[in-house]
Write a protein that binds this ligand. Sequence first.
Ligand SMILES: Nc1ncnc2c1ncn2[C@@H]1O[C@H](COP(=O)(O)OP(=O)(O)OP(=O)(O)O)[C@@H](O)[C@H]1O
Length: 311
Amino acid sequence: MPAIELRGVTKRYGDVTAVRDLDLTVEEGTVFGFLGPNGAGKSTTINMLLDFVRPTDGSVRVLSRDAQAESVAVRRRTGVLPEGYDVYDRLTGRKHVEFAMRSKGVEGDPDAMLERVGIADAAGRKAGGYSKGMQQRLALGMALVGDPDLLVLDEPSSGLDPAGAKEMRDIVREEAGRGATVFFSSHVLGQVEAVCDRVGILREGELVAEDSIAGLRDAVGGEEQLVVTVDAASEDDVEAVRALPGVSSASTDGGTVTVTCDSDAKTRVIGALEEEGVTVKDFSTEEASLEDLFLHYAEGEDVATTEEVRA
Ligand SMILES: Nc1ncnc2c1ncn2[C@@H]1O[C@H](COP(=O)(O)OP(=O)(O)OP(=O)(O)O)[C@@H](O)[C@H]1O
């Protein structure tokens, strides 16, 4: 059964179309990563799930209920970590969780929840004095109150250090393990790759891809990045590589040649470099990274090499 179902959803703000004719289904128990560059429409979509924003057109169903007509029932079964959650400065972390428990009508031990999100030591401190990462952990703890059927996390890893991001991923997995659906938006691609069953990529309000990570990789054509260590390579040598069939890009810094190509083009690349008189010392290959995939879909670019992405 779908936990989230959007059909033909459009949201316009004046002249700006934030979301355009969006169809999206997220099955129950899935960890779904909602990716897209800034301004793609991720928060607008999330806000429509929660009835904070109403669609201009189309229908939104959440947990088999109409997101508008039955928004109270939806929110009762949904845990939300909003983007940039503002804590109540003068309330302690414990009070925040107590408040979340009261509003959800559930009993529980606030300290146990704070323990789970790694800030038990700060339970009695005012949240205004928490670091950004601690505030984010607190907001996550509040979202987890009452074992929601759906967790909606808007940029959950923002402000978290690598250990915090890892803990957040573990929690997401635990929640999925007990049957919850997790829908989270991010532009931190590693987060999504590590934790999601499926991803949807939004660009300018439209869903441009929706698949498993492996499926997205296949769709890009299973290209690989080949890094060849050489004695010295010139732009002419690289030009010869670019001309080969199955090669989509190639670049060099003199000592290495970085090539994005089909996996069966690798020997041709090495051969072409040797023919150009270049001494090949070593080479290694990597699958196209999620970052490459993301750029391919989200920015509408060709799959670039990681080196080019960094440059
Ligand atoms: N309340 C609003 N009024 C007018 N325009 C808005 C409003 N909210 C969002 N928009 C516009 O809708 C588009 C989508 O914004 P949205 O916040 O949904 O993107 P996002 O993918 O969540 O971006 P980010 O990653 O930066 O949070 C943007 O062009 C934004 O300027």
